[in-house]
Design a protein around this ligand. Structure first.
Ligand code: NYM
Ligand code: MG
Length: 215
């Protein structure tokens, strides 16, 4: 992607991805504290956003309180991102950096791991804002499973997570940076801070905002 000053200064769209128990949520909140400490405007977002009506349907599916067809739940996850798109763009354009715990890559990796066609899975994500950086917290599925156990939600099973890891690999593009999530937490945090600050600087210089999956 071009880094030239071709647009107005804006916040960065930073996405954290990885398997369940890869440490995304802890690292995302550490990053937010760091960015705010640097005097930057930043917010922590997460998908699914369980606070909306669509998010509540997703939440009840994940906790096995409801059953939904695989394509239906895929489209709900996507709708949950679409309902936040306008707000996301206005935050970024007003200079706020967003640290987002999971995004479209989770959508595609988890649904395609169930056997849905990967291109079909990308379809409804097209036109959402493309992240400036995807930090992939890389942890072997076996290691993740050992970390204090899973929370008992749908998908939190070793065999399925192995498939998800394979599907994540198919999604790597130029915006991805892989961080070894088996390193001590503070080392992971340090590496994340470096790549995120680099990305924030590029966005302040006016890196253009583009859409998924157009490149
Ligand atoms: N998940 C998350 C999907 O299957 N599709 C999506 O689009 C997103 C954003 O939801 N196991 C899955 C991945 C997780 C689960 O996320 C709930 P979290 O971050 O564990 O609350
Ligand atoms: Mg989880």
């Amino acid at each position: 992607m071009e880094n030239g000053a071709t647009g107005s200064p804006r916040g960065a769209l930073v996405v954290l991805e990885g398997l369940d128990r890869s440490g995304k949520t802890s690292q995302a909140s550490g990053l937010l504290t760091y960015l705010e400490g640097q005097g930057l405007s930043a917010e922590l977002w997460r998908f699914p956003d369980r606070n909306t009506c669509v998010g509540q349907m997703i939440s009840s599916y994940l906790s096995n309180e409801s059953e939904l067809d695989d394509r239906t739940i895929h489209l709900l996850f996507s709708a949950n991102r679409w309902e936040k798109r306008t707000l996301m763009e206005s935050k970024l354009r007003s200079g706020t950096t967003l640290i987002v715990d999971r995004y479209s890559y989770s959508g595609v990796a988890f649904s395609s791991a169930k056997g849905l066609d990967i291109e079909w899975c990308k379809g409804p994500e097209k036109g959402l804002l493309a992240p400036d950086l995807v930090a992939y917290l890389d942890v072997p599925p076996e290691k993740a499973a050992e970390r204090g156990g899973y929370g008992g939600e749908r998908y939190e099973q070793l065999e399925f997570q192995k498939k998800v890891a394979q599907h994540y690999e198919m999604l790597h593009d130029l915006t991805w940076k892989t961080v070894d999530a088996c390193l001590p937490m503070e080392e992971v945090a340090k590496q994340l801070r470096e790549i995120v600050m680099d990305c924030v600087a590029n966005c302040q210089k006016g890196k253009p905002l583009v859409e998924l999956w157009q490149r």
